[in-house]
Design a protein around this ligand. Structure first.
Ligand code: BDR
Ligand code: CA
Length: 318
């Protein structure tokens, strides 16, 4: 039986690829997509999610628009990485569907209440929607199998020297999620800086059909931005790593550890403080990705995305 998941995302190049990986994987049942402000504003992340579904020929997947700003802070977006649209680079077809009515938090609560079995939440943007869901609808907790999130880092940050973008944008929401007592897995930069698509992988995808070409063009843009911003022409597909972990838990090795989120210090706000050495005396509260077989990740991604083209070509209009 496929694992039911809800993708809570802010597309975003790697979010788009995460959506496509979920659609292409028979191990998963994508119940719905919720969007949040992060890489760009929520109006754009919502349209981008709908457009990615159009690329895949899957406008039937419900999309609900969520929080337009962090819980208590002002929004910072990542247009320096993802461009003004949030999905700059490829020509993206128009959306073939509309968002469902109502806020993403209410949609998630409804999907969870209706689910035949507990659902895995896969947040790949700031954790605002998830924190709001847990605060407003505590009754849905038994319907959450676990939370597998992309965010955080044991080591270096990517938006400040200390912090990873998704956690830094809404550290208060992240603190609520790590402190929720739910089964939380953190797939952070320590892992996702090894979950790459190489130039050769992109060429295989480009030659495979319309979905593959779309993904290759996303990675072309991503690689150029990483070269410009970080001086390294790589395409880390951060968000797809969280989806891949749900598909095949053997690719990423995790450890049970304590993770706390810094919400106060101006220097280190948004840092995930991971007690790797067990020195804090605090209780374990999360599974943390510590190592990854990067090549197995890329092979899974290329294999699944080239397979998706079979039924997507006509609907995508690309
Ligand atoms: C995360 O930040 C966003 O820019 C990406 O989509 C990913 O979710 C990586 O730090
Ligand atoms: Ca993201």
């Amino acid at each position: 039986m496929p694992t039911p998941i809800i993708l809570d995302c802010d597309p975003g190049h790697d979010d788009a690829i995460a959506i496509l990986l979920a659609l292409a994987s028979p191990e998963l049942d994508l119940v719905g997509i919720t969007t949040v402000a992060g890489n760009t504003t929520v109006d754009k992340t919502t349209v981008n999610a709908l457009r990615v579904l159009a690329v895949a020929g899957r406008p039937d997947v419900p999309v609900a628009a969520g929080a337009d700003r962090p819980l208590v802070r002002e929004l910072h977006v990542a247009e320096h990485i993802h461009g003004v649209s949030g999905l700059d680079g490829p020509e993206v077809p128009e959306a073939a569907s509309e968002p469902v009515p109502g806020h993403a938090v209410e949609a998630m609560a409804g999907w969870l209440a209706a689910a035949a079995r507990p659902v895995t939440l896969v947040p790949t943007g700031p954790l605002t929607n998830i924190a709001l869901l847990l605060e407003r609808h505590p009754q849905v907790r038994p319907s959450i199998e676990r939370i597998v999130l992309m965010g955080g880092s044991i080591g270096l940050g990517n938006v400040t020297p200390s912090a990873e973008f998704n956690i830094w944008v809404d550290p208060d929401a992240a603190a609520a999620v790590f402190g929720s007592g739910l089964d939380v897995t953190m797939v952070g930069l320590d892992v996702t800086h090894h979950t790459l698509l190489s130039v050769d992988d992109s060429e295989v995808l480009r030659a495979s059909g319309s979905v593959g070409r779309f993904v290759a063009e996303l990675t072309d843009f991503f690689r150029a931005r990483y070269a410009r911003i970080y001086g390294d022409p790589i395409a880390p597909i951060h968000d797809a790593a969280a989806v891949a972990h749900v598909i095949d838990p053997t690719i990423i090795k995790t450890r049970r550890l304590n993770v706390e989120v810094e919400t106060a210090s101006p220097l280190t706000v948004g840092r995930t403080v991971v007690d790797l050495m067990g020195v804090s005396g605090r209780s374990d509260n999360a599974w943390v990705g510590v190592t990854v077989e990067g090549r197995r990740f890329s092979e899974l991604l290329v294999d699944r995305l080239t397979g998706l083209d079979g039924h997507a070509g006509s609907a995508s209009g690309l």
